[in-house]
Ligand binder design. Structure first.
Ligand code: ZN
Length: 258
């Protein structure tokens, strides 16, 4: 099982992953908060990242919302996914993580799921994405595309035919989103047929709080044995997105527990 962590992209990502003893790293290819969703630039360490035995996965901008019914958000979001997938491929990444996104209150969720389908359909006409897109479940909102399993089921009815549509399970988001973590891997795989990546995070908030605040494994509300069981059953690479100070301890705990 490959265990790793999210590291800063602007400060020697391979060195940071090596210091942690990580098998894989996750990084951004643009400023994730930048609302303009700029095109990624070549990373100064690209060659080192590509040739390192440490695997890479890229996390896309938080601003991306490919489900949105608003053209001025959905169109740049589609373009950003295409560009960031290309940048991820340039780094030799195994995939690009994209949040499920959400609609506004009162909007028809069905249209959001269809917008996800259109993302893959349009890209299929151009030969598909440069790396698989790992759609990540999210914690909050009443009209989210991938908070609850019933939504993920409707999403998968639209995207399940596309080989480049994968799934990233975030344990903090599932818990805070109100999905029981016991047995969740089976329930997700029954829907998606795959889990490509696990974001292993504890949660600072209680079950179904709808809040997205990651905690180190020892500091959160989720029982660590439940977390370990998730990664044991998922059989997918694992990325910690926990606070940096405790990350090395989190990794050490997992190595020991597995
Ligand atoms: Zn995550």
């Amino acid at each position: 099982m490959r265990l790793g962590a999210h590291v800063r992209s602007d400060d020697d990502p391979i060195g940071a992953a090596e210091d942690l003893g990580a098998d894989l790293l996750q990084m951004f290819v643009v400023d994730p908060q930048d609302r303009k969703m700029p095109a990624p630039k070549d990373h100064p360490d690209a060659e080192r990242i590509r040739s390192s035995p440490i695997d890479v996965v890229v996390h896309s901008s938080y601003i991306i919302n490919v489900a949105s019914l608003n053209n001025r958000l959905r169109m740049p979001s589609r373009k950003a996914v295409e560009q960031q997938a290309k940048a991820a491929a340039d780094l030799g990444a195994i995939g690009l993580v994209v949040h499920g996104g959400h609609l506004r209150d009162g909007e028809d969720a069905g249209e959001g799921f269809v917008n996800w389908r259109k993302l893959f359909e349009r890209q299929a006409d151009k030969g598909g994405f440069a790396v698989p897109i790992f759609i990540e479940n999210t914690a909050g909102g009443d009209n989210a595309m991938a908070r609850h399993l019933d939504a993920i089921e409707r999403l998968w009815e639209q995207v399940g035919d596309f080989d480049d549509a994968g799934f990233c399970l975030d344990t903090c988001h599932a818990w805070a989103g109100g999905e029981d973590l016991v047995g969740i891997v089976e329930r997700v795989k029954d829907i998606t047929g795959r889990i490509d990546l696990v974001h292993l995070n504890n949660s600072r908030d209680e079950f179904d709080s709808g809040r997205d605040r990651h905690a180190n494994l020892a500091d959160g509300e989720i029982d660590n044995e439940v977390l370990v069981e998730v990664i044991r059953t998922a059989g997918a690479p694992v990325i910690l997105e926990t606070p940096g100070e405790g990350m090395a301890d989190d990794l050490a705990y997992l190595r020991e527990a597995l």
